[in-house]
Design a protein around this ligand. Structure first.
Ligand code: ATP
Ligand code: MG
Length: 361
């Protein structure tokens, strides 16, 4: 091969999402505006170990950094990924979100004002957290004295950040950035047609569920909900007196489908799904009260987005446009992967958002 000094070497980054049930890695590259899926891989509990990869009850991981690193290295080995620059997602239960308004002020004063205001809003010791913030809106009242800045503030415990540093070191990876899950969802799921809209992204994972409001491509607020995929499985297991494995199978196979032999499963699941819908209605009503803006569309992400019949049921009840997340739209990949990527898409929304973040650097 002739060495070509003008050949542009594409940028390549890994996104890594350590979920409760699955660890996912996605490798993306970019040449100009063209983004390409280079590689992807995952490992689920059961195949790697029997305990969840992380616990949502505590603000740290249930497994040791060593075990998680070994699982990550197993994926890297299997996929033969060479890239070492990685962006990790921060679990939403370890990230505290709030938003508040401040009067208009010079940029250099903003940081101190936010630090001061943070103490009133964050139920954690300031010495124990790292603060990250964005100005999400400037409410202009033509008179600069009345102009308000709306701030989205995040607090992340040092302890959590340190553990991610340790994991990347053990894996021989270069930690390029750590980012809250909700920002990854905005980046991977809000496509050109939706940029001006008010979108609610519901991410239903195994142990955690978040509901994020996105206005004009900017994250306004993110809430944690109680219901999640593992609770659906537990309810089937209890309701039908069957073990976890069978309950998990029936959930994925029948979900909310309404035919005769499947009615039992739907009957068990519907009250739980209704509790998510109730929460969504409350969140959208509060948003309307505060901002006088209606949510126009709901995107469902996370592994549980694939629950059979979920999209139809949401459409019936909420009477809004509902979409199942497809973070791979807009990314090049071999046509043969079309079907599998559509299936795994919802669960990959965060990890794709992390790899995209790397490409922005
Ligand atoms: N086809 C399907 N139908 C219903 N549920 C499904 C389907 N596929 C996966 N799930 C559920 O999705 C959940 C896993 O989702 P996901 O991979 O997003 O979670 P996670 O990232 O590992 O966990 P968390 O984000 O809560 O820490 C599991 O509860 C699983 O049973
Ligand atoms: Mg997850």
């Amino acid at each position: 091969m002739v060495w070509n000094p003008f050949k542009i070497i594409p940028k390549k980054f890994l996104g890594i999402d350590i979920g409760t049930s699955t660890i996912r890695i996605v490798e993306l590259s970019r040449q100009g505006q063209r983004k390409k899926l280079e590689n992807y891989g995952e490992i689920t509990i059961g195949s790697a170990c029997t305990k969840p990869f992380r616990s949502s009850e505590k603000s740290d991981f249930l497994l040791s950094s060593q075990n998680i690193s070994q699982a990550i290295l197993a994926i890297i080995k299997e996929t033969k990924i060479q890239t070492r620059k990685a962006v990790f997602s921060l679990p939403d239960f370890s990230t505290f979100y709030t938003n508040f308004e401040l009067p208009l002020m010079p940029k250099k004063e903003l940081s101190a004002a936010i630090q001061f205001e943070a103490r009133q809003h964050i139920p954690l010791l300031m010495e124990e957290v790292i603060l990250d913030w964005q100005v999400i809106e400037k409410k202009d009242f033509s008179n600069s004295q009345k102009t308000k800045l709306k701030i989205l503030l995040l607090a992340i415990p040092h302890e959590v950040v340190n553990q991610y540093r340790e994991i990347s070191k053990l894996c021989g990876l270069e930690l390029v950035a750590l980012e809250a899950e909700a920002f990854g969802l905005v980046r991977s799921l809000i496509k050109d047609d939706d940029k001006k809209k008010i979108i609610l992204v519901l991410e239903i994972g195994d142990r955690s569920t978040t509901c994020s409001l996105i206005d004009n491509e900017v994250l306004n607020i993110s809430h944690s909900l109680d219901m999640s995929g593992s609770k659906l499985t537990e309810a089937i297991s209890r309701g039908m007196s069957i073990d976890h494995k069978n309950a998990e199978y029936l959930k994925k196979e029948y979900g909310l489908k309404e035919t005769e032999e499947e009615k039992n499963i739907a009957k068990i699941l519907l009250p739980l799904i209704d509790s998510i819908l109730n929460d969504i209605e409350k969140i959208t009503q509060n948003f309307y009260r505060a901002e006088k803006k209606e949510v126009e569309k709901i995107i469902i992400a996370g592994g549980t987005a694939q629950l059979p019949g979920l999209k139809n049921y949401f459409e019936q009840v909420l009477k809004k446009e509902i979409e199942i997340a497809n973070p791979f739209a807009g990314i090049f990949y071999p046509p043969i992967l079309e079907k599998p990527l559509k299936e795994i898409g919802p669960g990959h929304s965060i990890v794709v958002g992390m790899a995209l973040r790397g490409l922005e650097t």
